[in-house]
Design a protein around this ligand. Structure first.
Ligand code: R7I
Ligand code: MG
Ligand code: MG
Length: 348
């Protein structure tokens, strides 16, 4: 069904944007107090209501980089890392106050300094040569999952190359792969059928196994860290709603800017939101997923955005409230990017 698939492409791009826009006001690294969770509930109620006169909800670096990446893939019809790097850097210097990661700015400065003659070294030199394990690769990866819809090997290659522009630590790269894989799987599922959570996690685990096996000399205490997180996720998903306090979820899966402690959390939020969650009042499972992700605190814009990209790829645009979309900056542009990526990778 091509119209459903097109809606899923739009949904993934719009979901990434909505999670970023709605999550960014709570992005101060901390847990949300119960008062803040109520503010969050009310704010979603208001954003889903009729249009009101207020400034639009602004996006951050997550969406700025997602936009640049999608635009480059569409313009070039293939991955051109120099073009992507140029677009990232240009955008950063146009609007440096979008909340970029502390480290990644050095990469932009060096790229501009060498005039894009070397797009590898600046990222490799980060953090004393070990590269960044931040979630900046994963947060912008949705367009790559859409662009590589037909071919998983192409997805892996494209994610690796595009992530390495800024993030070369294996854990940063593998986090981007896991996030893209979750979107890839969600695009293929029928949202009118109940999602089989165990199968979804098992499929992710099978795909991550060979990817994490070629780990060499990283000195990680856990040789396959994402597989370990997927095991934790599976066990949490088997528990009762009552047992799953926010504190326990945060303690087990994390909510930080580290890819390892945010990508699995986003996938978990999507999966858990298939069913009602105590404290989140909505019948809409897309909203439930994003609101729940934000309510866990920490890196709220990014975990919200990654959750939204997966949930949007599963449910499609239909489940994303149109008033909510109107309240988010650049939503019309993101819908168009979803359409262009669809034309490029499916309808071509
Ligand atoms: O990963 P990155 O693009 O940041 C994305 C986050 C998202 O939450 C956005 O919404 C935005 O707020 O930033 O940027 P990086 O600077 O590469 O990584 C983010 C942070 O992770 C860094 O500023 C460091 O604090 C930390 N970090 C590391 N710390 C020590 N050693 C990442 N890698 C390392 C490391 O190897
Ligand atoms: Mg951000
Ligand atoms: Mg963030």
């Amino acid at each position: 069904d091509l119209s459903l698939l097109k809606s899923k492409f739009r949904g993934s791009m719009l979901g990434a944007l909505v999670g970023d826009c709605t999550g960014s006001p709570y992005d101060n690294g901390d847990q949300l107090t119960s008062g803040m969770k109520l503010v969050l509930q009310k704010s979603f109620d208001k954003l889903e209501g009729p249009p009101f006169k207020a400034p639009v909800v602004q996006f951050t670096d997550d969406s700025a980089m997602t936009y640049s990446l999608a635009k480059s893939l569409i313009d070039r019809k293939e991955l051109d890392v120099v073009d992507v790097a140029k677009k990232f850097v240009k955008r950063y210097y146009q609007e440096p106050n979008r909340g970029y990661g502390m480290g990644v700015v050095t990469v932009f400065q060096k790229l501009r300094g060498n005039k894009f003659t070397d797009v590898s070294s600046p990222a490799e030199e980060q953090f004393n040569g070990q590269g960044s394990w931040g979630n900046g690769g994963a947060m912008r990866v949705a367009p790559v999952a859409l662009f590589s819809y037909e071919n998983y090997d192409k997805l892996l290659d494209t994610v690796r190359r595009v992530t390495r522009i800024t993030h070369t630590h294996k854990v940063g790269i593998d986090g981007a792969i896991l996030q893209a894989t979750a979107i890839y799987q969600s695009l293929r599922l029928d949202p009118s059928q109940e999602l089989n959570v165990v199968n979804f996690i098992d499929d992710l685990t099978c795909k991550m196994d060979p990817i994490e096996k070629d780990e060499e000399g990283l000195g990680l205490s856990e040789p396959q860290p994402y597989k370990m997180q997927l095991r934790v996720m599976k066990s949490l998903m088997s528990e009762d709603d009552q047992n799953l306090s926010d504190e326990r979820v945060i303690q087990k899966l994390g909510n930080s800017v580290a890819a390892l402690y945010s990508v699995p959390t986003a996938i978990f939020c999507f999966l858990r939101a298939q069913k009602p969650i105590t404290g989140i009042q909505t019948d809409n499972p897309f909203r439930r997923a994003v609101q729940y992700a934000i309510s866990l605190g920490g890196d709220t814009d990014t975990i919200g955005s990654m959750t939204g990209a997966i949930a949007g790829a599963f449910y499609g645009e239909e489940k994303i409230n149109s008033n909510l979309l109107q309240h988010c900056e650049a939503s019309e542009e993101f819908r168009i990017l979803g359409d262009r990526l669809f034309e490029l990778s499916v309808a071509r």
